[in-house]
Design a protein around this ligand. Sequence first.
Ligand SMILES: [Fe+2]
Ligand SMILES: [Fe+2]
Length: 301
Amino acid sequence: MTEKRPHVRFLHFSDIHLEQGFREVSSLKFLNKRLVGWMNLRLRRAKHYRHAPKKVRALAELVSAEGIDVALCSGDYTALGTEPEIVYARKAIEPIREAADGFVTVPGNHDVYLPDALGVFEEHFADVLTTDLPELVRDEVWPQVRLFGEHVAVITVNSARPNPPIMRSSGRIPDVQLEGLADALAHPKVAGRFVFVMTHYAPRLKSGRPDTPNHGLENADELLAICGSVGRGAILHGHVHKCYSVQVPETPMTLFGAGSTTQAGAEGLWVFDIGADSAHATRGRWDSKRYVLEASSRIEL
Ligand SMILES: [Fe+2]
Ligand SMILES: [Fe+2]
């Protein structure tokens, strides 16, 4: 369908933090940082995500109502990255995947919370972790490149990793993935297209400054340098639970954070319309029953 349309329409959402699935988790999985995370969840976070499943269903309705072609999610599907949570999350987003022509994603740090979670996300999300240019994969799965119509490419790199220290939730894109990203941007099937580069961690905050060492992307500068010569494109991320866009001097690509699309009172998302010579972004919000787009927030790219 997207091959013949002049514009391709993308939805970017993130950090839906579904908290279902714990009942099936062995208590042995909680004798570590998860115990602290679980207590935090019960005491502080639960009220923010009580309606997350309903909002995920509303996202599928938005995809249908707004004629979204491709849904993009920048990770943090779960709270503590246990397998039952991952299984629940994959089922929960199925209506979104079915409503759109394409679905592209990366894991967040909560989806690979501790070393015992490694590989679980890739196993259960395998059907949506595909690439049109497998020769560019450098790190078993990443980077992935998806080509949409004649004018758009989406490149994903994985910046999420387990963080056993209790106070640390930082990320890093492995060097081999950054090399793969540079190769992807120069690839003849990608060059000249509008390019989305998506990863979980924010290269910059809304202020334009880097995030803190304990919470941010360790090699944000390297990522921005590689994206410095992209003609048309945008960098999409989650992790920071605030919806914003920011322009930084290191790259012509605008940075878009979807925030946490299901967090009560802070719901955010972006819709992008990308054509051969034009591109714009529109911010979305939750109006207590459904997600709506704010025409006045339109940003030309
Ligand atoms: Fe998050
Ligand atoms: Fe995160």
